[in-house]
Ligand binder design. Structure first.
Ligand code: NAD
Length: 292
């Protein structure tokens, strides 16, 4: 199947990155959001990030200009009607995603593939709310999209092989690598990564180490580029907690119980970098200070 036009729903931190890489790979992009400011901010961010790639000689000035002209924005989901592939990347909330999908599919051509960039919601359940479960799958990018090599491709129970192969060809055209995953809670990367972060929270909670010793231990002892608590602050502690809850509820195994200390940080609104404080305090000048 020949994919030329890609619709992206949600112009937040992931949606702008997806529009960016799709446009540079030669796809026409229609970026949709219900918030006009989000669309403006996304275009500004894409331009800034592409300019950085030009300054590092990763792309040419011509590539950047051609890429930018391939991106159109729309507040109306009906504008996505010409898409061959749609990637839904709106807020991680099942009710919101279902409403989007139900509003979208009546506008689409019969051949169009619909995907979701969800980090944790069941692909099979979302697919069942469309008119085309066999042409629906998970297309899960990593953050930040232009830099990260992996895309998880997740088949729902009904996803057909043509759909999988068409999405795999898109991943390859982006110059990225696909990992194929079955539809179980949190897929592959978050199934492994987030319980490790949760375990680091338990290690802190039980006083085995403090923030600095835990992060240093994993950086220097396991060769991780970032410590688990620093990484949790980068991802967002609310997101980490939400993924642990999905694993705990979806797999019904006590080994996934969310750490009470993680829940306490979230209850305090200490969500990591995005709120200025998490396992580290980012509000001062200079090096962020551990909060424990
Ligand atoms: P975000 O909060 O930065 O952006 C979400 C965007 O969706 C906002 O601009 C919002 O206005 C828009 N939106 C909400 N309702 C909408 C609607 N009805 N129609 C159109 N747009 C709507 O979120 P994000 O971090 O970009 O995450 C988006 C998706 O990507 C989520 O499903 C998330 O799980 C997934 N994801 C996130 C990460 C990450 O590290 N942040 C990584 C991989 C996947």
């Amino acid at each position: 199947m020949d994919i030329k036009t890609v619709g992206v729903i949600g112009a937040g931190q992931m949606g702008n990155g997806i529009a960016h890489v799709m446009a540079l790979a030669g796809y026409d992009v229609i970026l949709n959001d219900l918030n006009e400011d989000a669309l403006k901010a996304a275009l500004a961010k894409i331009e800034k990030n592409m300019a950085r790639q030009v300054s590092r000689s990763l792309i040419s000035e011509d590539d950047m200009q051609a890429g930018l002209t391939r991106i159109n924005t729309s507040l109306d989901v009906a504008a996505l009607g010409t898409s061959d592939l749609v990637i839904e990347s709106a807020t991680e909330n099942e009710a919101i995603k279902i409403k989007i999908l139900e509003g979208l599919v009546p506008h689409l051509n019969e051949h169009a593939i619909v995907t979701s960039n969800t980090s944790s919601i069941s692909i099979t359940r979302l697919a069942a709310r469309t008119d085309r479960p066999e042409k629906f799958m998970g297309f899960h990018f990593m953050n930040p999209v232009p830099l990260m090599q992996l895309v998880e491709l997740i088949r729902g129970i009904a996803t057909d092989d043509d759909t999988y192969q068409a999405c795999l060809a898109v991943v390859e055209k982006l110059g990225k690598t696909a990992a194929s995953a079955e539809d179980f809670p949190a897929f592959i990367v978050n199934r492994i990564l987030v319980p490790m972060i949760n375990e680091a929270c338990y290690t802190l909670y039980e006083g085995v180490g403090n923030v600095a010793s835990i992060d240093n231990a994993m950086k220097l002892g396991a060769n991780h580029p970032m410590g688990p608590l620093e990484l949790a602050d980068f991802i967002g502690l609310d997101t980490c907690l939400a993924i642990m809850n999905v694993l705990h509820d979806g797999l019904a195994d006590t080994k996934y119980r969310p750490c009470p200390l993680l829940a306490k940080y979230v209850a305090a609104g200490w969500l990591g970098r995005k709120t200025g404080r998490g396992f580290y305090d980012y509000r001062g000048e200079g090096t962020p200070q551990p909060t424990r």
